[in-house]
Ligand binder design. Structure first.
Ligand code: GUN
Ligand code: ZN
Length: 443
C-alpha cells in the first residue's frame, strides 16, 4: 500500500497563540487545501492549487472537500477507568470519589476488564476527534499495561500513568510509597518513549498521598529527564480545606506540590479553579501546565476556572483543555469548549472560537511540551488529523446557512457540534475511524 497520501479539504491550523498575538495572525486557513503525507508525517500543506502538481500515481488521495480539517484534538486531563461511570448523580468531588470512583476503579484490578474499558475509552476518544490524551490509569499497574497495549495497537500518541494512593481510599486501592515507585519505574522502562507512548508519574492528589509518597513521586520525576507528572490541584473548596489539615506546615495546596518538587516542565495540574496570584506565579515561573476541565468543574459544582486570567494575567501559564471523564460529561473537545465559553461569559471574558480551536489543538500540545510533534498541520509533524463535518445535524446545517464568516462557522461548531461532527480521524497518517463507512481500526 502507498505510504504517500494527499488529504484535501478546508484546512485550519495554528501557528501562534491567539491569546498573545492578533487572532488573524495565529492561524492559517486554506479554503481548498491539501496536506501531503509521507510515512505518517506531514510533508507539505497549502492551497490545493499550489500543491496538486505534486500529486502522482504514488499518492492515495482522501477527498474531504467541504469538510474542515484540523490537527487532532488534545485532551490534557482524563481518567480512562472512569468511562463506565460518567454521569454519576448528585455529589460533589470528595463524596463523588467515594460513591462512584473508587468502587469503579477497584474493578480494573481484573486486567481483562481493564482492557475492555481501555478499548471503549480509546474508541470513544478517537470518534470524538481527539488523538492524544493525558490519561490517569488506576493504582493497578496492569491497568496501565492494558491501556498502552491498546494505544500501541492503534498507533496513537498517548500519555498515561499508574495512580499513586497510600491513604484515604479503600484498602484494595492503596499502594505504598515504595511499591508505587517500583511499579511506576517498571512501567516507565516498559512504555516511556516506546513508539509513541509517554509515561506520566501520577500521584492522584495530595489528600490521597502522604508526604513520603509525594517525595518519592518527585524523585522519579527527576530521575527521568523527559517523563511527565500529573495530579489534581485546587478543584474544590472542601478538598483545599482538607489539604490544609493534612499539610499544616505548607502555605498552600500549590506549595505542597512545590515542596515535594512536583512543579516543573511537563507537569500537568488538573482544574486549578480556586487559584490566587501566588498559585499562578508558581506554575508560571516553573513552566508547569494547567488543564482546564469545564464540563467537570460544572458537573461536580467545583467552580469557575478563570481562563483569561490564566493566559493573559500577571502570571501567564501554559493551559490545555481536559475532559476529565468521568467527572466530565463529554469526550468531545467541541462540547468542552462549549462549556468553557459559558464559564468565560460568567466571568465576563470572551473566549473566541479561534482561541477555542487553538486550546483544543496547538495550545494543548504546547502545554504538554509536544508541539514539536503534534497539535498543528505543519511540515515534519506527525499526521494526527480530523475531518469535521460542519453540517452534522439538520439544525447545524440550517444555522450554518446563515453564517457569514469563518469565525461564525467555527463558533457554531463549538457550541452546537459534538462527536457526530467527526467525519474521520487520522492517526499517523492512517484513517482509524470513518463515520460514514462505519470503519474503526479494530483487530
Ligand atoms: N481528585 C482526585 N481524584 C480525582 C478524580 O478522579 N477526578 C476528579 N475530577 N478529581 C479528582
Ligand atoms: Zn481528574
Amino acid at each position: 500500500m502507498s505510504t504517500k497520501k494527499g488529504v484535501r479539504g478546508s484546512i485550519l491550523t495554528f501557528v501562534a497563540d491567539p491569546f498573545v498575538v492578533d487572532s488573524d495572525k495565529s492561524y492559517r486557513y486554506y479554503e481548498d487545501g491539501l496536506v501531503l503525507l509521507a510515512d505518517g508525517k506531514i510533508d507539505k500543506v497549502g492551497p490545493y492549487q499550489d500543491l496538486d502538481r505534486l500529486l502522482n500515481d504514488d499518492f492515495e488521495v482522501l477527498d474531504y472537500s467541504g469538510y474542515l480539517i484540523t490537527a487532532g484534538c488534545i485532551d490534557t486531563h482524563v481518567h480512562y477507568p472512569q468511562t463506565p461511570m460518567i454521569a454519576g448523580y448528585g455529589e460533589h468531588l470528595l463524596e463523588w470519589l467515594n460513591e462512584y470512583t473508587f468502587p469503579t476503579e477497584l474493578k480494573l484490578k481484573d486486567k481483562a476488564f481493564a482492557t475492555s474499558v481501555a478499548k471503549m475509552f480509546l474508541k470513544t476518544t478517537l470518534k470524538a476527534g481527539t488523538t492524544t490524551s493525558v490519561v490517569y490509569g488506576t493504582v493497578f499497574k496492569d491497568s496501565v499495561d492494558a491501556f498502552f497495549e491498546e494505544s500501541e495497537r492503534l498507533g496513537t500518541r498517548m500519555l498515561c500513568g499508574k495512580v499513586w494512593m497510600d491513604r484515604n481510599a479503600p484498602d484494595g486501592l492503596l499502594d505504598t510509597p515504595q511499591s508505587a515507585y517500583d511499579d511506576s519505574k517498571e512501567l516507565i522502562e516498559r512504555w516511556h518513549n516506546n513508539g509513541r507512548q509517554k509515561y506520566v508519574v501520577t500521584p492522584r492528589f495530595a489528600p490521597s498521598c502522604t508526604g513520603e509518597q509525594l517525595q518519592k513521586a518527585g524523585e522519579l520525576y527527576r530521575e527521568y529527564p523527559d517523563v511527565y507528572i500529573q495530579t489534581h490541584l485546587c478543584e474544590n473548596t472542601g478538598e483545599i480545606d482538607w489539604v490544609k489539615e493534612l499539610f499544616p506546615e505548607q502555605k498552600s495546596y500549590t506549595d505542597v506540590y512545590d515542596h515535594y518538587g512536583l512543579v516543573g516542565e511537563r507537569a500537568v495540574f488538573g482544574h486549578c479553579v480556586h487559584f490566587n496570584d501566588d498559585d499562578f506565579k508558581t506554575l508560571s515561573e516553573k513552566k508547569a501546565a494547567i488543564s482546564h476541565c469545564p464540563t467537570s468543574n460544572l458537573f461536580l459544582g467545583s467552580g469557575l476556572f478563570d481562563l483569561e486570567r490564566s493566559k493573559t494575567g500577571k502570571y501567564p501559564c501554559l493551559v490545555g483543555l481536559g475532559t476529565d471523564i468521568g467527572a466530565g460529561t463529554s469526550f468531545c473537545q467541541l462540547q468542552t469548549l462549549n462549556e468553557a465559553y459559558k464559564v468565560s461569559e460568567l466571568l465576563d471574558h470572551k473566549m473566541t472560537a479561534i482561541k477555542g480551536y487553538y486550546l483544543a489543538t496547538l495550545g494543548g500540545a504546547e502545554s504538554i511540551y509536544l508541539d514539536d510533534k503534534i497539535g498543528s498541520i505543519t511540515e515534519g509533524k506527525e499526521a494526527d488529523m480530523v475531518a469535521w463535518d460542519l453540517h452534522s445535524t439538520e439544525l447545524i446545517k440550517y444555522r450554518m446557512s446563515f453564517s457569514k464568516s469563518l469565525e461564525e462557522n467555527l463558533f457554531t461548531q463549538l457550541v452546537m457540534g459534538d462527536d457526530r461532527s467527526v467525519r474521520a480521524t487520522m492517526v499517523n497518517g492512517e484513517v482509524v475511524y470513518d463515520r460514514d463507512s462505519g470503519f474503526y481500526k479494530e483487530l
